[in-house]
Ligand binder design. Structure first.
Ligand SMILES: [Cu+2]
Length: 138
């Protein structure tokens, strides 16, 4: 077998292997991208289903958890897991504090707020007076 022929046979074996390797590398990176796509918004506090009717306040589950404790500079994300609109609005129903207001959140929509100063922050839903929760910033 001549030298050239050996090179040619080697080439026909090596080149497909290289192609397969590069394809498998590509597949791997596209899998990574899929993982990124799987990342969905994860709320720290959820608005569970059926809280648009009174009753959740009796078991303190209008926002879950109803009280969240964080460090100053940290943020809280609320997510509306109900099928109705809700809001996350600072203060009390008849006395909003104007610090934050999510506006009406669609189902699956989220709202994030960063708390820079320690304190106790009450919040409520502008649509449902019985819905209220609290953030404690240490
Ligand atoms: Cu509400």
């Amino acid at each position: 077998m001549g030298f050239i022929k050996k090179i040619t046979i080697l080439g026909t074996i090596v080149i497909p292997i290289l192609i397969i390797m590069s394809l498998s590398t590509f597949d791997y990176s596209s899998e990574e991208n899929n993982d990124e796509l799987k990342l969905i918004v994860k709320g720290d506090v959820i608005m569970p289903s059926k809280v648009s009717r009174p009753g959740c306040e009796e078991v303190d589950r209008c926002y879950i958890p109803p009280l969240i404790v964080i460090e100053s500079g940290e943020q809280v994300t609320w997510i509306n897991e109900d099928s109705a609109f809700h809001s996350v609005t600072s203060g009390f129903y008849n006395m909003p504090s104007d610090l934050f207001d999510s506006g009406y959140l669609d189902p699956s929509e989220s709202f994030t707020f960063t708390f820079n100063y320690s304190g106790t922050y009450d919040y409520f839903c502008t649509l449902h007076p019985w819905m209220n929760g609290q953030v404690i910033v240490e």
